[in-house]
Design a protein around this ligand. Structure first.
Ligand code: TRP
Length: 448
């Protein structure tokens, strides 16, 4: 078997992980979730979830990955806990299902790039969304997006993922920063900002049972946790890197991009009156933005920039989702990476076809991931790190770290107690909300 690759530099790892984290979750879902859930009040809940639950959980994946130098499944076996490989198996399934619908939305983004160039959505944004979001066009663009993803992963960890994210992540920053400055000059920008961030505690108080699990789910999703991406990525890492320092950098940068995305989206929507979508269905962001782009000065160019950012963000995330099953099969069987990535990518593409034909099915994939698979996967990893693995993992956190061993002691207790309790509660609320949506429960029972 050929030797396992490693990142060529610390920055390479950080950019790859930021690339995974920054995605549709930051630029497409985050601003709308914030705006419709009470603005700055939601932001507080979300930031708490990111820093107090997401960040320590991310460190949990880092120690597993770096200690074992293995993919998400073999990692548990090589640490001496073969029966916990099911945790990694859950990650493989989770990343597979997530990528299946994520790449469909990636395909929509491709259609909107084309539409920004040709002006195709300018006349009737609603009809354009209908035409590209479900049906043959959606299947085709989904396939193209998967082909791009497969291409990068097939090239390898350093020549594919590291090289691609080194270009994509800085480009995302420059473009989204530039767009935020540009749109600040639009009429209505300040109304947009205040809509985005004005705290409305009553919204949160009124729907705690819905908002808490969505904030926690969003935190896990945006940090790419649970499904072993961070295990796989940190397995290509050297011992002298500080995991807490790298993890903080990743979390902070990811949060900044999400916040910035709101500073692009809301001035645009407020530049034309009453353009903020009422209920945030999957397509509202696309139709509302497209209709704003068709009316504001320079809208087509801003739209092109925006959808290019969205594409770069989506691609640098989708490659991490494909890397999870790919690294598993490559490590396990010694097959060549290229045919493995192609074979798995084709399977994912096939699994995504139903979601490309029906946005309702896409919504179901999404809900199952957010409310069930994701919190469950993070919970299992936290229990493993906190209660099952011996002290080797807390030691691993200290290697190369200047945070001191008090930090790792607090972290260990945090991951033992606080995280399982927080996620257990979230999971109950998440299952409840699935049951409410499916009509099994007529109203939330807990926190209802
Ligand atoms: N974090 C990405 C986003 O915000 C999505 C993503 C990539 C992801 N890899 C993941 C989500 C692993 C969960 C698990 O769009």
């Amino acid at each position: 078997m050929s030797e396992r690759e490693t990142w060529t530099s610390r920055v390479g790892f950080i950019l790859a992980a930021v690339g995974s984290a920054v995605g549709l979750g930051n630029i497409w879902s985050f601003p709308f979730q914030t705006a419709s859930n009470g603005g700055a009040a939601f932001l507080v809940v979300y930031l708490l979830a990111v820093f107090l639950i997401g960040f320590p959980a991310m460190l949990g994946e880092f120690v597993i990955g770096r200690r074992s130098e293995q993919n998400a499944v073999e990692a548990f076996r090589s640490l001496g806990f073969g029966e916990w490989s099911v945790a990694g198996g859950l990650g493989v399934v989770g990343s597979f299902v997530t990528l299946a619908f994520y790449s469909v939305v990636g395909g929509w983004v491709l259609s909107y790039i084309v539409g920004s160039v040709t002006g195709a959505y300018l006349g009737d944004p609603g009809a354009y969304f209908g035409a590209v979001s479900a049906g043959p066009i959606a299947v085709a663009t989904h396939a193209v997006f998967m082909a791009l993803t497969i291409g990068i992963v097939a090239l390898g960890v350093t020549d594919g993922i590291e090289r691609a994210t080194k270009v994509m992540v800085p480009a995302i920053f420059v473009l989204i920063g530039g767009l935020a400055v540009w749109v600040s000059t639009l009429d209505g920008a300040s109304d947009g900002y205040s809509y985005y961030l004005s705290p409305d505690v009553s919204v949160i108080a009124g729907d705690l049972a819905g908002i808490v699990p969505s904030a926690v789910g969003q935190a896990f999703f945006t940090l790419s946790l649970g499904f072993g991406v961070m295990i796989a990525y940190s397995s290509y890492l050297g011992r002298d890197d500080s995991l807490p320092a790298d993890g903080s950098a990743i979390v902070v940068v990811n949060t900044l991009v999400a916040l910035l995305a709101g500073f692009v989206v809301f001035p645009v929507l407020f530049a034309i009156e009453g353009a903020v979508p009422e209920s945030g269905g999957a397509g509202t962001a696309f139709t509302a933005l497209a209709s704003a782009f068709s009316q504001i000065p320079g809208g087509q160019a801003i739209g092109l920039g925006f959808f290019v950012v969205l594409l770069l963000a989506a691609l640098s995330s989708s490659i991490s989702l494909l890397e999870v099953p790919t690294s598993f099969v490559v490590d396990r069987t010694g097959y060549d990476r290229t045919p493995t990535a192609v074979g798995l990518g084709v399977l994912v593409a096939i699994a995504g076809v139903p979601t490309a034909l029906d946005t309702g099915i896409l919504g179901w994939y999404n809900d199952v991931v957010f409310n069930l698979l994701l919190p469950l996967a993070v919970l299992v990893i936290a229990v493993f790190v906190g209660w099952v693995a011996d002290d080797q993992l807390a030691e691993e956190l200290d290697l190369g770290s200047s945070f001191g061993d008090d930090f790792s002691t607090v972290w260990l207790w945090w991951i033992r107690i606080v995280i399982p309790v927080a996620i257990g509660g979230t999971l109950l609320l998440g299952i409840q909300s699935l049951l409410v949506k499916a009509g099994v429960l007529s109203a939330p029972v807990i926190l209802g």
